[in-house]
Ligand binder design. Structure first.
Ligand SMILES: Nc1ncnc2c1ncn2[C@@H]1O[C@H](COP(=O)(O)OP(=O)(O)OP(=O)(O)O)[C@@H](O)[C@H]1O
Length: 466
């Protein structure tokens, strides 16, 4: 609502609540919208992200979205995202015909649809170097969108929605220190302040100083209510003697849920559970629907929270891609190093200690990993790799350090470059950098006698070792 109208309302004695003002002053960032119809192209999400980064809201739907839904979407423009190498998936061209009949600009990426009308434009495969610019041009010029979809506006919109949903009630959030839950915490804190309580479960498989950093950042600096649960011993006891990777994951996932449940049961008057669900988690995949999805290892989720929890969900990031979540994080004042941190698996170091997990191994691995990441950052390689970490290999190897024979453990360094984590190439780090890291690890950590570098790409190797 414009400030004039607001002023008039106030003069006439109508005092708006904060919630009403929020809802009315936030620009409608969903008003301009692009519909992306996915014909099974692997570039669909890249195209959608390009539309978003041009400042325009868009949604991805399967190509066979029904006609009524296409009309109801009320798009300013439609993008058909096709796979140039595959037979077109259009079994029934009717829905696309509906898209053609609408009086809005159409853009077909990757495939020439039969009977493409004059209103439509066709461009080549998405990986042509000029395609991203064409997508942006299509959205801003052909569809005449203004670009309201900006981090600042998204935050305003999310805050207004959260306030409207939650009112005066209380929200619980599992804070892992990862990007998604951290951004949710910062956003909800801004929206509802003390009505947010976070529970951070320290399972003892975090990186060096990670638990303290989470507490410093959220509890001390930002004043967020965070309950830290030190559950290291409990996890270690349950993991004792367990070697099988799947079994380890299950124990960690199950125990996480138990601990989280126990903590939340101690809190009173909580009605909502916040989650860092993001848009790629909920996009209905054409590739999967048509059995074309590549088979990948089950995701390293800590297990997620049980569905029968009595809470209503608050999911303020569910419209956003990961890169948008990061931009929001920076806009909300979270430090860049945290927001642009490499992904970290839910079971933490548990999947980077091969076989049985012991505290002694976790402590060595934490130190080795810290040295590796510190040197990567110092050499300017951290942002050039997508994921980098150390792995504890429980094999003893002979070494001689300071004239002393040492029979100690092996650390493997792993660094990969990837766009989508579906495939990845081992990072070609400079030898000097690997040498420096190796020397530091072997001289600084008594329990390590040998460092190796993992030169396996994905596929066939996975990024994590377990
Ligand atoms: N150690 C933990 N303590 C509290 N909550 C956690 C912890 N680990 C995970 N969670 C919760 O479970 C959710 C899913 O965990 P998962 O490991 O799949 O992380 P994610 O989806 O990458 O999110 P994030 O970036 O927040 O870690 C997290 O977003 C968080 O809310």
């Amino acid at each position: 609502m414009n400030s004039h109208l607001q002023g008039e309302l106030q003069k006439s004695g109508y005092n708006l609540t904060t919630r009403e003002t929020d809802l009315m002053t936030t620009p409608d960032i969903h008003a301009e919208r692009i519909l992306v119809l996915d014909f099974g192209s692997e570039y669909t999400q890249l195209i959608a992200r390009k539309v978003r980064s041009a400042g325009v809201y868009c949604e991805v739907h399967p190509f066979d979205l029904d006609e009524a839904a296409i009309r109801a979407f009320n798009a300013k423009g439609i993008i058909l995202s096709c796979d140039p190498d595959a037979e077109p998936l259009v079994a029934d061209p009717q829905p696309v015909a509906a898209a053609y009949q609408l009086d809005v600009p159409l853009l077909s990426v990757g495939y020439e649809h039969p009977g493409l009308p004059a209103v439509a434009r066709r461009i080549g495969a998405y990986d042509d170097s000029n395609t991203p610019a064409l997508v942006e041009n299509f959205v801003l010029q052909d569809c005449a969108c203004q670009g309201l979809w900006t981090p600042a506006n998204i935050i305003e919109d999310a805050i207004a929605k959260v306030r409207a949903q939650v009112g005066e009630r209380q929200v619980l959030l599992g804070l892992s220190g990862g990007v998604d839950s951290s951004v949710v915490a910062a956003l909800l804190h801004r929206a509802i302040g003390d009505q947010l309580t976070c529970v951070f479960v320290d399972h003892g498989l975090m990186r060096l100083h990670e638990g303290d950093q989470v507490m410093r950042m959220f509890a001390e600096n930002m004043g967020v209510k965070v309950i830290r649960v030190d559950a290291e011993q409990r996890f270690l006891d349950l993991l004792k003697g367990v070697n099988d990777p799947e079994e380890k994951r299950k124990i960690i996932g199950r125990t996480f849920i138990e601990v989280f449940d126990e903590e939340s049961a101690k809190l009173e008057g909580i009605d909502f559970l916040a989650q860092g669900t993001i848009y790629p988690d909920i996009i209905e995949s054409v590739a999967i629907k048509h059995g074309k999805a590549r088979v990948i290892k089950s995701h390293h989720n800590v297990g997620g929270l049980p569905e029968d929890m009595k809470f209503e969900l608050v999911e303020p990031l569910k419209e956003l891609f990961k890169d948008e979540v990061r931009k929001l994080g920076v806009e909300l004042g979270l430090p860049r190093e945290m927001v642009y941190r490499h992904p970290f698996p839910g079971p933490g170091l548990g999947v980077r200690i091969l076989g049985e997990i012991r505290k002694e191994y976790a402590d060595l691995l934490r130190q080795a990993d810290h040295i590796f990441i510190e040197e990567l950052r110092a050499a300017g390689w951290y942002d050039k790799t997508s994921q980098a970490f150390a792995v504890f290999v429980p094999v003893r190897s002979v070494g001689v350090v300071n004239d002393q024979r040492r029979y100690a453990w092996v650390i493997s360094l792993r660094a990969v470059e990837t766009i989508d984590f579906m495939t990845a190439r081992w990072a070609h780090l400079p030898y000097e950098l690997i040498e420096k890291v190796s020397t530091r690890i072997i001289t600084e950590l008594e329990g390590i006698s040998r460092v190796v570098y993992d030169v396996s790409s994905k596929p066939p190797a996975t990024i994590e070792w377990e």
